[in-house]
Design a protein around this ligand. Structure first.
Ligand code: BG6
Length: 295
């Protein structure tokens, strides 16, 4: 498929009944849907989302690269989420690839001449998105420096989880960590609570987070398990009522049904020398809460 609106749908071929699946858009290399084997959507998409450039669709998993936020002189969250990626039929093999029973798609982004004017670094960004038979979604990013000079970047998988009601949700795994508060010019604080719960706008970058964190949704009796590799930080964002009302592509009350939890590398940017490649990995799974409490 070609063009901004092209999407790839992947689902397990072993069974023709309802199966786990994901859809990915070539606009932004953005996963725009991830469904479990019961056909339930696990990612949030705004009813006001706009599915065409020049902005990323509000929902799914936009990729923030080569910067997160506005701090690097580029457009907010970098240009990758606003570019048209291509499908790569025969990508170089991944060293630690485990394709057993998975369906996957490989995308590639290379900078255009316009990108090079605002960020003068030649790179190849390979994204492999896979779905296991159990419905786990894995995203592996490989970024290679094909420049004559070193460059540095930040990256985040800006994951919009679908939740029943933000007031019923908590995150476990970020307790006692330091975080940079985007609502206070990235001032550094230390998390004091037992688990993260929500009763107001939150926009934080938790630093050196563990490789596994959990997002528990009591009402839906669902837990998302987020596993990450090569991505030390975790962004937690919910705009809450006032900011939601100011956003044209988010419904006034939709902040209640979404929570962004991003595996990311932000505080310390990643530097690649000429010829070097970096790999970052995100794995998302969904388990019933009863299963979790039995562990
Ligand atoms: C979050 C940032 O990750 O993304 C917020 O921390 C920002 O500050 C939000 O508002 C949404 O950004 P955008 O550019 O997709 O509207």
């Amino acid at each position: 498929p070609r063009g901004a609106s092209a999407r790839v749908r992947c689902h397990c071929l072993l069974c023709s009944l309802a199966v786990a699946a994901f859809d990915i858009s070539l606009h932004g290399g953005q996963v725009i849907s991830w469904r479990n084997e019961r056909g339930e959507e696990l990612l949030f998409t705004s009813s006001k989302a706009i599915f065409k450039p020049p902005k990323a669709m509000r929902g799914g998993i936009p990729i923030c690269f080569p910067q997160f936020g506005k701090c690097g002189g580029l457009e907010q969250h970098g240009f990758a989420r606003n570019k048209i990626w291509s499908i790569e039929r025969d990508p170089p093999a991944l060293k630690t690839d485990d394709n057993d029973g998975k369906v996957s798609v490989d995308l590639l982004l290379k900078p255009s001449d316009d990108d090079l004017k605002c960020w003068p670094h030649c790179f190849e960004f390979r994204l492999k998105v896979s779905l296991s038979i159990d419905g786990d979604l894995t995203m592996i990013s490989r970024i290679r420096n094909i420049n004559g000079k070193a460059f540095s970047f930040s990256i985040a998988y800006h994951t919009y989880l679908s939740v029943s009601d933000i007031s019923e949700v908590r995150i476990e795994g970020l307790e006692t960590l330091d975080y940079l508060d985007n609502l206070h010019q990235r001032e550094r604080f230390t998390e004091q609570g037992d688990a993260i719960t929500f009763e107001t706008e939150v926009d934080r970058i938790y630093l050196s987070a563990p490789s596994v964190i959990a997002v528990l949704d009591h009402e839906k009796k669902r837990t998302f398990i987020i596993k990450k590799g090569g991505l030390p930080d975790v962004v937690v964002w919910n705009p809450w009522e006032k900011k939601a009302k100011s956003m044209a592509d988010l419904g006034d009350d939709e902040y209640k049904q979404m929570l962004c939890v991003d595996a990311a590398a932000i505080e310390r940017s990643i530097t690649l020398k000429p010829g070097e490649e970096w790999t970052g990995r995100l794995e998302l799974s969904e388990v019933a809460s009863s299963y979790c409490s039995d562990q």
